[in-house]
Design a binder for this molecule. Sequence first.
Ligand code: TEU
Ligand code: CA
Length: 565
Amino acid sequence: MEKKWWHDKVAYQIYPKSFMDSNGDGIGDLQGIISRLDYLKDLGVDILWLSPIYKSPLADEGYDISDYYAIDPRFGSMQDMEELIAEAKKRGMTVLMDLVVNHCSDEHEWFKKACEDPDGQYGKYFYLRDKGPEGKLPTNWRSYFGGPCWDELPGTDKLYMHVFHRKQPDLNWENPELREEVYKNIRWWMEKGIGGFRIDAIINIKKPAVLHDYPADRDDGLSSVDNMLMEAEGIGEFLGEMRDKAFAPYDAFTVGEVFDEKEGDLPLFIGENGYFSTMFDFSVELYGRSGKGWFDMKRIDIDAFRNCMFGAHKKIGDIGFYSTIIENHDEPRGASRLLSDEIRCDASKKALAMVYFLRRGLPFIYQGQEIGMENKKIRSVQELDDISSIDSYQVARRAGLTDEEALETITFHSRDNARTPMQWSDEEHAGFTTGEPWLKENPNYTQINVQEQLGREDSVLSFYKKLIALRKDPAYKDTFVYGDFVPVEDCGHNVIAYLRKSAEQTILVAGNFGAQDVSLQLPLMADGTAFKGGKILLDNGKEAYAEDGRLHLAGFAAAAVLLEA
Ligand code: TEU
Ligand code: CA
């Protein structure tokens, strides 16, 4: 395998609106990020992915872009952005922008021009259709955020398609002129000195040749977008072209947000000369999904988490590298989702960090994860900001859940959980802003915050630092980056264990997520004999030792162990 500059890096996702506010308006901004670059450098991360900061009405918090060449004034100016890129570079870090090109904003000038002249040049940038008899919509697809995928094109008698919110009209990738506009924009940003892109919702850019109805799957008479995605063929032509014309000339690092790729497509996406450098492993995010809606999702536990992880590695083998996560800006906090109330503590948060971080793949940390931030208790639907949660709450109510039941289940999955302000200190508003934060902070900031954990040797934050240092330690780096991932299949209830194996080394990574001590049979060496013991490279402060072919883990213990013959 050809080695790439990014293979041994660690990435960090910043949700700018909630990271750090520099001017007291309650909204995080670029100067705020710049002021925390030393913190990120000290943590040990290399790649910084910024959720969108382009000009936007923020209907979907920036995933609705009205100008791809401008910074939204709420986040700062282009000069601030240039300063951020330069300051990051000074510290050996590189910045990724979010590429949101399945759709733009209905406030983008392309869309405004399409409204003025639907039959003209810009009409072809979108999916426009005539209304059918008696107002029949062109298709019965249900948008991700609820309601039909079609709305009236303002000032005309036509309709436009949006698979997300109505303020996010889908761009027509069949139009070569639109594609060239996208590539031009990518090159423009690469010229500014960014390292590459995280690529939003990309699977949605390809629609079937003929747009038509599918059988309704809820009593709203609509049908999930998934059906059309399954039918759509040929996305590779677009993605290959984008790679060749926009990414490759700059050796851009790209990470795809790819849900629902087709069976067997993984090599095309992230294999040798794939469309992207890497893509996220979303097996946890997909676990327990239900066609009925969020309210019907099944909760994941440690055993199911282990199955997701092992399944993903089986699927990818050595085709390429996944990017691994336990949370992001669309998901519950990993510590709340994967650790039930009974087992959630600092030790299990560290164990969770260890077992996902030392997998084969590129680890991404989502802001606040490194201090163990948790879901926020939301008491009423009025507290919700996220459009997706609000819709999902209504779906749950219509399905017959009481207000209390609907709130409980929706707020567990709410995207707002990850979007509460970063908890910097125990000062008012968690030290995030001197004003009123745009989204209320999690009241647990008085206990969980960066300032408290920074100097404390046994904090979750200190553990993340050690983990990053271990992964980059020249003595083990090749094994952690390129070594095989070998699952320990029968490790038992609430335990996750696997080997990272290179020609020279075998490192066992194991976490016990239960309160009881466990003793694991170590796997055999290649020659069929037993490993005698092992050197603990890192543990989470709970007792762990390898002896006579077994690994002993106290309750909630986790360790990375270099096995010794
Ligand atoms: O998310 C896309 C997304 O969450 C999914 O709807 C996905 O396309 C679907 O599950 C496929 O099965 C991205 C962003 O991360 C999110 O914040 C945005 O709201 C969304 O795209 C629209 O830009
Ligand atoms: Ca601000």
